[in-house]
Design a protein around this ligand. Structure first.
Ligand SMILES: Cc1cc2nc3c(=O)[nH]c(=O)nc-3n(C[C@H](O)[C@H](O)[C@H](O)COP(=O)(O)O)c2cc1C
Length: 215
């Protein structure tokens, strides 16, 4: 099938889009309100971008509390959502009023960060401390609810030492969860490795596939 994404005339009972970009990592974002209350919420329009330095981005459907906190206080932490913490992660998505601490609601423990003020989730094996970089507002069909992309620079990284084996991080052992379409999630428990083609490989690949001759 093909459908016009602007008309969104897919003809299916539910919009399939989120089932097509899968699995999406979940940024479990902790931030502080200007008045000091902790805020924690999951965002699956989330990813890492950039290598030197590393940046992360998440996108909010409208100006949710995480966005207003981060714009005001300039700092946040991305906690890794894992299989063991799936129920707690889901609880922190409840649409509670500003100033209510979702970390407490979900029974999670705030652990002090090193370089930023918002706490990280003590129970998670990975936390990225971030400094707010910029907001990019992408127009939406509903002007009252723009797509608000928040970008932050990663300035500090916590890894639970139990997951470092022979100098490598065993990500599969952390069982990260990711968002799929509908009510679905994926859990990562297996990895496979592949070596990228080297410059020498690329040269021989180019040699065996000559340019098509015009005409
Ligand atoms: C797994 C998961 C992923 C989510 N991803 C997003 C997202 O990418 N963007 C968004 O606006 N809301 C997303 N939500 C909903 C927010 O978590 C929810 O609206 C939350 O109340 C926002 O909290 P805040 O206002 O404290 O930032 C997601 C919810 C779940 C459970």
């Amino acid at each position: 099938m093909f459908y016009d994404a602007i008309a969104n005339n897919h003809g299916l009972p539910h919009d399939p889009f989120k089932a097509l970009v899968v699995p999406r990592p979940i940024g479990w974002i902790s931030s502080l309100a200007p008045s000091g209350e902790v805020n924690l919420a999951p965002y699956s329009y989330f990813n890492a971008v950039g290598s030197d330095p590393h940046y992360v981005m998440f996108s909010s459907d409208g100006y949710k509390h995480s966005v207003s906190n981060i714009e005001a206080t300039k700092e946040f932490v991305c906690n890794l959502a894992t299989w063991d913490l799936r129920e707690q992660m889901n609880l922190t998505s409840a649409p509670v009023p500003a100033g209510i601490d979702e970390m407490r609601i979900a029974g999670l423990t705030p652990a002090p960060s090193r370089l930023v003020r918002p706490p990280r989730v003590a129970e998670t094996p990975v936390a990225l401390e971030c400094i707010y970089t910029q907001t990019v507002e992408l127009p939406s069909h509903d002007p009252s609810s723009p797509n608000v992309v928040v970008i932050g620079k990663v300035v500090g990284v916590h890894i639970d030492d139990a997951f470092i084996r022979n100098g490598l991080v065993d990500s599969a052992a952390m069982k990260p969860i990711a968002r799929c379409g509908y009510m679905d999630y994926a859990v990562v428990t297996e990895m496979f490795s592949m070596r990228r083609p080297s410059a020498v490989d690329a040269e021989s690949l180019a040699a065996v596939s000559p340019k098509p001759v015009a005409g």
